[in-house]
Write a protein that binds this ligand. Structure first.
Ligand SMILES: O=C(O)CCC(=O)C(=O)O
Ligand SMILES: [Fe+2]
Length: 344
């Protein structure tokens, strides 16, 4: 199975009429921060302009998933004039990208509720994924080296259920491939012993450096890599930041890693292509690419959704989609699933 099997391409007419609807919706809320119900309501309104075929594909992906844990949408409208790729890592004001921002929020509205994290990218609901000078070797999306396969924020009690990445610019040499590896592809290839070991809470994930850059590293509570139904489990893994707690767990994680690396699918995202990852069904990563830092670099925009926003209400200020800093939550004891102790 290839990404082409899970791709939806909009026709030129569909792209254009969606562009118009999104520009109109954005115009009604220009100047407001994204983290306002009025802005998200405008996006839900714009979602009515999504083609039926796409609404259907998003709905079925949300409810049932697919074998690749990945959906690709081509022909997503973006803004006719793009600012230079932001060198500092963030675009200051979403109103420079009204269409791209609104269409991403509209697509996200079909997947669930948009969520953000105060620790990361200033809590922005739609974030910029761009190479940052000096961050080349970091295992973060600001780097340019191979970005190890990971569950997004797998250490977080309110990790996203889906993440969307909308490409505004590819890297000039078209080297940066976004890749995903799905649990449904690898499960039949794993030994029974491996599966059994991955189901034990014998793993911890170090909080991403974007979450605890200035503090000593913190770790998740011990967790299992595979959870849920035997025939269709959920996957939480991170081949950079996950630490097995026993030798048997380490062996199982290595077997899983080899199987996933064997089953990877991927693509160099082109402008107007969005990749959507089911964060409970697939890990994702990115191959290395070269940055020039001259405004023409690779530029994706990222937005997260959860299936049930209410579950995280104790972690967010009233009326906001942005989860408070993780270390405040851990200290307040409002997230019992969290252990802030360093792993031994
Ligand atoms: O740059 C990419 O293609 C993926 C980066 C990534 O893992 C992320 O932004 O969450
Ligand atoms: Fe990621």
């Amino acid at each position: 199975m290839e990404l082409a099997d899970v791709s939806v391409r909009l026709t030129t007419e569909q792209t254009e009429s969606l562009r118009e609807a999104c520009a109109g919706a954005a115009g009604k809320v220009t100047g407001q921060p994204l983290d306002r119900e009025a802005v998200l309501a405008a996006a839900r309104g714009a979602a009515r302009a999504l083609p039926d075929r796409l609404i259907e594909a998003l709905g079925s992906f949300r409810v049932a998933g697919n074998p690749l844990g990945t959906l690709v949408v081509e022909g997503v409208p973006t803004d006719a004039v793009l600012p230079p790729t932001p060198a500092g890592g963030d675009l200051d004001d979403w109103s420079a990208l009204p269409v791209a921002t609104m269409v991403q929020l509209a697509i996200c509205a079909e997947l669930g509720d948009v969520i953000g994290y105060a620790d990361e990218k200033q809590g922005r609901l739609v974030q910029d994924v761009v190479p940052v000078a000096g961050a080349e070797t970091r295992q973060e999306n600001s780097g340019t080296v191979w970005l190890e396969l990971h569950t997004e924020n797998g250490f977080h009690p309110y990790k996203p259920d889906h993440l969307t990445l909308l490409c505004l610019r590819s890297d000039p040499a078209a080297e940066g491939r976004t890749v995903t590896g799905a649990v449904r592809q690898v499960l039949p290839r794993l030994s029974a012993e491996c599966v059994q070991r991955l189901r034990r809470p014998d793993f911890r994930i170090r909080h991403s450096s974007s979450f605890s850059a200035t503090q000593p590293a913190r770790w998740s509570a011990p967790l299992a890599v595979l959870t849920g139904p035997a025939g269709d489990p959920e996957l939480t893994a991170d081949f950079h930041a996950m630490r097995p707690l026993t030798a048997a767990a380490a062996e199982a994680l290595a077997e899983l890693r080899a199987a996933i690396e064997d089953a990877l699918v991927g693509t160099v995202l082109l402008p107007g292509t969005m990749i959507i990852v089911d964060n409970r069904a697939a890990v994702h990563g990115r191959t290395a690419f070269t940055a020039r830092h001259d405004g023409t670099d690779r530029w994706l925009r990222r937005c997260f959704t959860v299936a049930d926003l209410r579950r995280s209400r104790g972690a967010r200020p009233t009326g906001s989609r942005v989860c408070l800093p993780l270390h405040d939550l851990a200290d307040a004891g409002s997230a019992p699933a969290l252990a802030s102790a360093a792993a031994a």
